[in-house]
Write a protein of this length. Structure first.
Length: 195
């Protein structure tokens, strides 16, 4: 219901919308109805969404294409969230992820669907931006510190005191959105940059 309500507002205001992670809808297609919003938001820019780390856990480029098709999205956001995963006790194997991102970017490019890499509260530096562009990513959402931190959100919802403390320790960690934007601007890439 919340996703549908947000989609109606986005349609009314003509603003883009990214849905929450669709991994669970891949695992249980019965849950896909929760992110299908094209009926209420027929002409906004719509982003499908997967955690990039899931590509190291068995999700494929074909799965990425399925989430785009599932919601008739215009692009796919792959969120890069190592700190959030660590705080929630999730998947933390981010090794060799660039090759996986490149595979997804190549597959989706064959259908004219861009991939956007998205940080969730700690920013993205110039080197990472260049590496992501080399992997075929067409856009970057810098998601710097000082705004919404999904690691902090996880720290607020967990009942584990150790994870709560860890989230608090890393409250101000990372690059700010402004610092990330400055690095994106100086990297001379052709990427679309979101803040």
């Amino acid at each position: 219901e919340l996703t549908q309500a947000l989609a109606r507002v986005a349609q009314n205001q003509k603003i883009a919308l990214g849905v929450g992670s669709q991994r669970i809808a891949l695992e249980d297609p019965e849950l896909a109805h929760g992110v299908k919003v094209r009926d209420v938001a027929p002409d906004i820019l719509l982003f499908a969404n997967l955690g990039a780390v899931n590509l190291n856990k068995g999700l494929s480029a074909d799965d990425a294409m399925r989430v785009v098709e599932m919601i008739e999205a215009d692009a796919l956001m792959l969120h890069l969230n190592p700190m959030q995963e660590a705080i929630q006790g999730g998947d933390t194997c981010f090794a060799n992820l660039l090759s996986q991102i490149e595979s997804v970017s190549t597959r989706l490019a064959q259908h004219g669907t861009p991939v956007v890499a998205r940080e969730v509260g700690f920013g993205i530096g110039a080197k990472a931006i260049e590496q992501l562009e080399d992997a075929g990513v067409m856009g970057i959402d810098v998601g710097g510190s000082g705004g919404t931190s999904w690691a902090m959100v996880e720290g607020k919802v967990t009942e584990d005191p150790q994870r709560q403390r860890a989230a608090d320790v890393f409250r101000d960690w990372g690059q700010t959105t402004v610092e990330s934007l400055e690095q994106a601007a100086s990297s001379e890439t052709g990427l679309c940059v979101f803040a």
